[in-house]
Design a protein around this ligand. Structure first.
Ligand code: SF4
Length: 237
Protein backbone atom coordinates (compact mmCIF):
# COMPACT_ATOMS: atom_id res chain seq x y z
CA UNK A 1 0.00 0.00 0.00
CA UNK A 2 1.46 3.34 -0.94
CA UNK A 3 0.08 6.73 -0.09
CA UNK A 4 -0.80 9.51 -2.50
CA UNK A 5 1.20 12.45 -1.20
CA UNK A 6 -1.15 14.92 -2.90
CA UNK A 7 -4.17 13.40 -1.13
CA UNK A 8 -2.65 13.14 2.34
CA UNK A 9 -1.19 16.64 2.29
CA UNK A 10 -4.50 18.10 1.14
CA UNK A 11 -6.30 16.28 3.98
CA UNK A 12 -3.68 17.24 6.56
CA UNK A 13 -3.62 20.90 5.58
CA UNK A 14 -7.32 21.11 6.35
CA UNK A 15 -6.85 19.08 9.55
CA UNK A 16 -4.02 21.16 11.05
CA UNK A 17 -5.53 24.54 10.12
CA UNK A 18 -6.96 24.79 13.65
CA UNK A 19 -3.89 23.43 15.46
CA UNK A 20 -1.21 25.54 17.14
CA UNK A 21 1.23 27.02 14.61
CA UNK A 22 4.86 26.00 15.26
CA UNK A 23 6.58 28.91 17.03
CA UNK A 24 9.22 29.58 14.38
CA UNK A 25 6.57 29.83 11.64
CA UNK A 26 4.61 32.18 13.87
CA UNK A 27 7.63 34.45 14.34
CA UNK A 28 8.30 34.36 10.59
CA UNK A 29 4.71 35.34 9.78
CA UNK A 30 4.57 38.02 12.48
CA UNK A 31 7.94 39.63 11.78
CA UNK A 32 9.30 38.46 8.41
CA UNK A 33 12.71 39.08 10.03
CA UNK A 34 15.51 36.57 9.19
CA UNK A 35 17.40 37.56 12.37
CA UNK A 36 14.44 36.64 14.60
CA UNK A 37 13.73 33.46 12.65
CA UNK A 38 17.36 32.34 12.94
CA UNK A 39 17.56 33.09 16.67
CA UNK A 40 14.17 31.47 17.42
CA UNK A 41 15.17 28.39 15.42
CA UNK A 42 18.40 28.06 17.42
CA UNK A 43 16.39 28.39 20.65
CA UNK A 44 13.80 25.83 19.53
CA UNK A 45 16.16 22.84 19.20
CA UNK A 46 15.24 20.16 21.78
CA UNK A 47 12.77 22.58 23.38
CA UNK A 48 8.99 22.67 23.58
CA UNK A 49 7.32 25.41 21.54
CA UNK A 50 5.80 27.11 24.60
CA UNK A 51 9.20 27.40 26.29
CA UNK A 52 10.82 28.65 23.06
CA UNK A 53 8.11 31.28 22.56
CA UNK A 54 8.58 32.74 26.06
CA UNK A 55 12.39 32.70 25.85
CA UNK A 56 12.29 34.34 22.40
CA UNK A 57 9.96 37.03 23.69
CA UNK A 58 12.29 37.84 26.64
CA UNK A 59 15.33 37.85 24.38
CA UNK A 60 13.82 40.01 21.61
CA UNK A 61 12.76 42.64 24.18
CA UNK A 62 16.44 43.15 25.02
CA UNK A 63 17.88 42.26 21.61
CA UNK A 64 15.52 43.14 18.76
CA UNK A 65 18.38 43.05 16.23
CA UNK A 66 21.99 41.94 15.75
CA UNK A 67 23.47 45.21 17.10
CA UNK A 68 21.63 44.92 20.40
CA UNK A 69 22.41 41.19 20.59
CA UNK A 70 26.11 42.08 20.39
CA UNK A 71 25.73 44.21 23.56
CA UNK A 72 24.62 41.26 25.71
CA UNK A 73 27.12 39.06 27.54
CA UNK A 74 26.98 35.28 27.42
CA UNK A 75 25.82 35.25 31.07
CA UNK A 76 23.00 37.73 30.33
CA UNK A 77 21.94 35.56 27.39
CA UNK A 78 21.91 32.45 29.58
CA UNK A 79 19.56 34.17 32.03
CA UNK A 80 17.28 35.44 29.28
CA UNK A 81 16.86 32.14 27.44
CA UNK A 82 16.76 29.73 30.40
CA UNK A 83 15.13 27.10 30.54
CA UNK A 84 15.44 26.23 26.82
CA UNK A 85 17.31 22.97 26.23
CA UNK A 86 21.11 23.30 26.19
CA UNK A 87 20.76 26.97 27.13
CA UNK A 88 24.45 27.36 27.98
CA UNK A 89 25.59 26.17 24.53
CA UNK A 90 22.91 28.24 22.83
CA UNK A 91 23.91 31.36 24.82
CA UNK A 92 27.49 30.83 23.68
CA UNK A 93 26.44 30.49 20.01
CA UNK A 94 24.20 33.56 20.24
CA UNK A 95 26.90 35.67 21.89
CA UNK A 96 29.21 34.87 18.96
CA UNK A 97 26.56 35.27 16.26
CA UNK A 98 26.95 39.04 15.53
CA UNK A 99 30.73 38.76 15.28
CA UNK A 100 30.61 35.56 13.18
CA UNK A 101 28.05 37.04 10.79
CA UNK A 102 30.13 40.22 10.44
CA UNK A 103 33.33 38.27 9.78
CA UNK A 104 31.85 35.65 7.45
CA UNK A 105 28.91 37.32 5.70
CA UNK A 106 29.31 41.09 6.06
CA UNK A 107 26.79 41.21 8.90
CA UNK A 108 23.86 39.77 6.95
CA UNK A 109 21.95 36.55 7.60
CA UNK A 110 22.85 34.18 4.74
CA UNK A 111 20.04 32.65 2.70
CA UNK A 112 21.55 29.29 1.73
CA UNK A 113 21.82 26.06 3.70
CA UNK A 114 25.53 25.79 2.88
CA UNK A 115 26.34 29.26 4.27
CA UNK A 116 24.09 28.96 7.31
CA UNK A 117 25.64 25.66 8.38
CA UNK A 118 29.02 27.41 8.52
CA UNK A 119 27.77 29.23 11.61
CA UNK A 120 28.44 27.58 15.01
CA UNK A 121 25.33 25.94 16.43
CA UNK A 122 23.48 25.88 13.09
CA UNK A 123 22.81 22.38 11.70
CA UNK A 124 20.93 21.38 8.56
CA UNK A 125 17.55 21.37 10.30
CA UNK A 126 17.96 24.96 11.50
CA UNK A 127 19.44 26.10 8.20
CA UNK A 128 16.66 24.56 6.11
CA UNK A 129 13.99 26.09 8.31
CA UNK A 130 15.55 29.56 8.08
CA UNK A 131 15.91 29.30 4.28
CA UNK A 132 12.31 28.10 3.94
CA UNK A 133 10.40 30.29 6.38
CA UNK A 134 12.57 33.42 6.58
CA UNK A 135 13.50 33.68 2.90
CA UNK A 136 10.67 31.67 1.29
CA UNK A 137 13.17 29.65 -0.75
CA UNK A 138 12.65 25.92 -1.45
CA UNK A 139 14.21 23.94 1.41
CA UNK A 140 13.02 20.92 3.36
CA UNK A 141 13.41 21.08 7.12
CA UNK A 142 13.47 17.49 8.36
CA UNK A 143 13.00 17.32 12.09
CA UNK A 144 12.02 14.29 14.14
CA UNK A 145 8.33 14.53 13.13
CA UNK A 146 9.02 14.74 9.39
CA UNK A 147 11.53 11.88 9.55
CA UNK A 148 9.24 9.66 11.63
CA UNK A 149 5.98 10.27 9.78
CA UNK A 150 7.47 9.97 6.28
CA UNK A 151 8.84 6.54 7.30
CA UNK A 152 5.50 5.48 8.81
CA UNK A 153 3.89 6.33 5.47
CA UNK A 154 6.59 4.39 3.61
CA UNK A 155 7.14 7.51 1.48
CA UNK A 156 10.83 7.19 2.35
CA UNK A 157 12.77 4.35 3.89
CA UNK A 158 15.62 6.02 5.71
CA UNK A 159 17.77 5.66 8.80
CA UNK A 160 18.19 9.29 9.86
CA UNK A 161 16.90 12.83 9.14
CA UNK A 162 19.75 13.57 6.72
CA UNK A 163 18.83 10.56 4.56
CA UNK A 164 15.18 11.60 4.77
CA UNK A 165 16.02 15.11 3.57
CA UNK A 166 18.00 13.73 0.63
CA UNK A 167 15.22 11.26 -0.26
CA UNK A 168 12.56 13.96 -0.05
CA UNK A 169 14.63 16.27 -2.25
CA UNK A 170 14.39 13.56 -4.91
CA UNK A 171 10.77 12.61 -4.42
CA UNK A 172 8.64 15.30 -2.78
CA UNK A 173 7.12 17.80 -5.26
CA UNK A 174 8.82 21.17 -4.76
CA UNK A 175 5.52 22.95 -4.07
CA UNK A 176 5.43 21.17 -0.68
CA UNK A 177 9.04 21.75 0.41
CA UNK A 178 8.53 24.95 2.41
CA UNK A 179 5.34 23.94 4.18
CA UNK A 180 5.84 20.23 4.86
CA UNK A 181 7.65 20.87 8.16
CA UNK A 182 4.95 23.14 9.51
CA UNK A 183 2.19 20.65 8.57
CA UNK A 184 3.91 17.57 10.00
CA UNK A 185 5.10 19.29 13.19
CA UNK A 186 1.54 20.36 13.98
CA UNK A 187 0.16 16.93 12.97
CA UNK A 188 2.94 15.08 14.85
CA UNK A 189 2.33 17.03 18.04
CA UNK A 190 -1.45 16.57 18.04
CA UNK A 191 -2.34 13.34 16.21
CA UNK A 192 0.55 11.22 14.93
CA UNK A 193 2.40 11.52 18.21
CA UNK A 194 5.72 9.74 18.78
CA UNK A 195 4.11 7.62 21.49
CA UNK A 196 0.49 6.46 21.24
CA UNK A 197 -0.53 8.08 17.94
CA UNK A 198 -4.26 8.76 17.62
CA UNK A 199 -4.80 6.43 14.64
CA UNK A 200 -8.43 5.94 15.68
CA UNK A 201 -9.22 9.59 14.92
CA UNK A 202 -6.68 10.24 12.19
CA UNK A 203 -8.02 11.87 9.05
CA UNK A 204 -5.64 9.81 6.88
CA UNK A 205 -6.15 6.56 8.82
CA UNK A 206 -7.43 4.76 5.70
CA UNK A 207 -4.53 5.80 3.49
CA UNK A 208 -1.75 5.24 6.06
CA UNK A 209 0.11 1.90 5.87
CA UNK A 210 1.33 2.46 9.48
CA UNK A 211 4.79 1.02 8.91
CA UNK A 212 6.40 0.42 12.32
CA UNK A 213 3.13 1.14 14.17
CA UNK A 214 1.74 -1.76 16.16
CA UNK A 215 -1.59 -2.15 17.90
CA UNK A 216 -0.98 -1.53 21.58
CA UNK A 217 -1.33 -4.54 23.84
CA UNK A 218 -2.94 -4.24 27.22
CA UNK A 219 -0.52 -5.36 29.91
CA UNK A 220 -1.71 -7.40 32.87
CA UNK A 221 -3.48 -5.14 35.33
CA UNK A 222 -2.65 -2.17 33.12
CA UNK A 223 -5.02 0.13 31.24
CA UNK A 224 -3.98 0.93 27.70
CA UNK A 225 -4.25 4.70 27.21
CA UNK A 226 -4.21 4.50 23.41
CA UNK A 227 -4.72 1.82 20.81
CA UNK A 228 -1.42 2.10 18.96
CA UNK A 229 2.23 2.52 19.71
CA UNK A 230 5.07 3.32 17.39
CA UNK A 231 8.10 1.12 17.12
CA UNK A 232 11.14 3.39 17.33
CA UNK A 233 12.03 4.81 13.92
CA UNK A 234 15.75 4.64 13.12
CA UNK A 235 17.60 7.90 13.52
CA UNK A 236 15.14 9.51 15.92
CA UNK A 237 16.54 11.38 18.89
S1 SF4 B 1 -2.95 6.49 10.90
FE1 SF4 B 1 -1.76 6.54 12.79
S2 SF4 B 1 0.34 6.20 12.18
FE2 SF4 B 1 -0.79 6.78 10.33
S3 SF4 B 1 -0.52 9.00 10.14
FE3 SF4 B 1 -2.43 8.65 11.26
S4 SF4 B 1 -1.84 8.71 13.46
FE4 SF4 B 1 0.05 8.42 12.24
Amino acid sequence: MSISIETVIALLEREVAGFAVPVVDLIAVQTGDPYRVLVATILSARTKDGVTAKAAERLFKKAPNLDSLACLSEQQLEKLIFPVGFYKNKARYLSRLPEDLAAMFGGRIPDTVEDLTELPGVGRKTANLVVAVAFGKPAICVDTHVHRIMNIWGYVETKNPFETEMALRQRLPKKYWIRINSILVAFGQEICRPVRPHCDRCVIGEQCPKFGVTARKKGKGQKAKGKYQIAKVKGED
